[in-house]
Design a protein around this ligand. Sequence first.
Ligand code: EAX
Length: 320
Amino acid sequence: MKKGLLFFLVFFFISSVAFSKTYTINLGIVTTPKTFHYKAALKFKEIVEKESNGNIKVVIHHSGSVGNETSILQQLQMGALQAGVITAGPIDKIVPAIKAIEFPFIFDSYKKADAILDGKIGRAILDEFPKANLIGFHFLENGFRNLTNSVRSVHTVKDVKGLKIRVMNSQLHIAIWKALGANPTPMPWPIYTQLAQHVIDGQENPLAVIYQYKLYEVQKYLSLTRHVYSALVFVGSKKFYDTLPETYQKLLFRAAKEASIYERGLNRKQVAFFLSELKKKGMVIDEAPDVASFKAKVEPLKSRFKGVARKYLDEILKQK
Ligand code: EAX
């Protein structure tokens, strides 16, 4: 046999072994297949499986079957799960930099949110994830959060006083609702039963989530406060990621980006539909609450930002 041919065969054999090694990505989300979280995960699965020629299999565990968001994050850190689509809120305990993009009223349009999240600042925040043994692949969208409750119509911040509001398991969100005068109660998603049983008076989420989880059955009042632009993050386990060949590492970034852009488009197209459905369901909706009164109460929280969160918050504010 010619030497060249032998080299070629050996090379071919080694590289085919390297690339035919198979991997499984267990991806956790806490929401149901109706939601945008799931649709994004499904798109990611399609791209990754196709482009890896089936060498990477993605298994989506939805509806919290592998735990709540805080628990999924811990499992990602340990390498027990390999990926997740997680709300930015609960990430702030382990990646403090993410608080900067969750500051109330920091983005008033999709355009501004996209410019920051898909730009240098967004990338720099995602680059903080490896410090927490995670990989921050890409930002996608939950949507602008709005307040609902079963007690009274909320127009100004004064109407919030004393309401028991479920918040995400997030340092910043607890602080926000304290500052607004509510009694914030952190709880993992989902919370329908707690609302139905009046363990809590209200909650806040994007219209899609309010509609998809039928919260109109247990919440009479909705105020379009749009107080926080709620990003989701395609998160990976660093422990798992580090075991992958570089081509696959790049593929995961590319697939997460593509799935994120697809999901944002899908989500945004349906916001008006969700609002009209919620009206039909009989919710009492304040479409133009006194947002300035909310802003005034949360403004002082800026001075409590420290370290990396402070750095990125200042950078975002400078860009405006
Ligand atoms: O991703 O926990 C929450 O409020 C989130 O916005 C969402 O519903 C789950």
